[in-house]
Design a protein around this ligand. Sequence first.
Ligand code: ZN
Length: 319
Amino acid sequence: MQEKWVVGIDLGGTTVKIAFLTTDGSMIDNWEIPTDNANEGANITSDIAKSINEKLAEWNHKKEDVLGAGMGAPGPFDYETGIIYNTVNLSWPDNFPLKDNLERDLGLPVILDNDANCAALGEMWKGAGEGYKDLVCVTLGTGVGGGIIVDGKIVQGAKGAAGEIGHITSIVENGAPCNCGKTGCLETISSATGIVRIAKERLAENPKSGLQEILQNNGTISAKDVFDQAIAGDEIANEVVSFVAFHLGLVLANIANTLNPEKIVLGGGVSKAGDILLKPVNDYFRKYSFKAVAQSTVIDVATLGNTAGVIGAAWLANK
Ligand code: ZN
């Protein structure tokens, strides 16, 4: 008999990341295939199954020695039936039977979770949250994703919509519109997209900034430009970073006041900004945290990068 493996799948709008792991979480192989959005996504699950079967053959590993597959998908979906309700970044029709189709094509049991939850589980299994059971993970990327783990388990909520940290309302009046239909969500502020939007608004009022030169020369600015300019001492860039840090620190403090996790793990591209962002976030976090929370909840940076999703997905299958 061969060593038992588990498969992790991280489904995105343009690529599908796939990995084989051992049951103790060692990565055997990881690769990606394009997401075929043609014909209402009819080929996606069969493409995934084909790719996994080919890799198993390459590794000379029998399918009987694979326990199952976990998949992170852009939710929301029904945890009991594995039906994905609506897929903004994927071309499936609403109420697509994702779990059933993948199980049929792959011939292995499949467990689904939301992609942000999988990233959180990955960090808990092999990343910055290793060894912790009470963890909140916040992914600061194009949007803001969240995953809440209490006593080693993802908090799913009544309709699978728990942990939507990006949609916590941080600005009550005159907030920017969010993709979710509300206004003033954290995602409109502390995502890469939000940071760029805020910087451009500030530049329109006061163009005396190094950021204005970058905007003129490149036609656009990035969140990284804002952080780089802030480090260089640019006043507008520092105002933007301070604004973003205030809202992120405040929201994280309120989450921590509710859950008192051992760790809050920040991932995604924006978390790579380093101390220029993390220090003021920590300061605001301490300012708005209940004393016992401030003394016990630690903010840390994710360590797994873009493999967190496949690792967490594989963890789901590791039963
Ligand atoms: Zn929102």
